[in-house]
Each structure stands twice: as structure tokens, then as C-alpha cells.
Design a protein. Structure first.
Length: 94
């Protein structure tokens, strides 16, 4: 995975908001998840389809007033963990 990798939601995940954060359940495993502010915003930005980590970082940087390298690192950590848990899909940008 790198900053050009493409991220998309796993559309089978049931999600809602709790205290301004996304919470969701993996119906197959029964596991519950809660995203932090950045994870919640990434999930919201993926509403309209697949985006690259770089594109997401550009949008989040402005909103959170954070440095580009830190935002990319945070999104990559979120993407790695969420992909491992089956919440999102990640693929190489060809």
C-alpha cells in the first residue's frame, strides 16, 4: 500500500453515527467497530466511491489543519487496519 492506493467502502457493512463517530458491525463476524475523527471523515468521503489515499489526504489536511505527511500516515494506518478487518477494500492504482 502506498499513497496512490485506491480505497473503497465494503458496501456490506452496516454503519451509523454515535457521538459524531462512525460505528459499524460486520454482519458476518458480529464484530463492532468505532472510527476516530479521521476514520469517520475518510468513511464519509468514500460515500461517493473509490478515492486514492493522496486525494483523501488533500481533503482531510484542509479540514483538520494537519501536515500532509501525518495525514497520509494516519490514513494508511486506518486503511491497513480497516482492510484487514474487511471494512474497506484497498487496491493498487494502475
Amino acid at each position: 500500500m502506498d499513497k496512490s492506493s485506491l480505497i473503497s467502502r465494503n458496501r456490506e457493512m452496516v454503519h451509523d453515527y454515535l457521538d459524531e463517530h462512525i460505528v459499524m458491525m460486520n454482519i458476518e463476524t458480529g464484530q463492532y467497530y468505532r472510527f476516530n475523527e479521521v476514520g469517520t471523515r475518510v468513511w464519509e468521503l468514500l460515500e461517493n466511491g473509490t478515492q486514492s489515499i493522496e486525494t483523501l489526504a488533500d481533503k482531510i489536511m484542509a479540514e483538520f489543519n494537519a501536515g500532509r505527511d501525518q495525514v497520509i500516515s494516519d490514513i494508511m494506518a486506518f486503511a491497513t487496519k480497516s482492510c484487514d478487518q474487511g471494512l474497506i477494500h484497498v487496491k493498487a492504482n494502475q
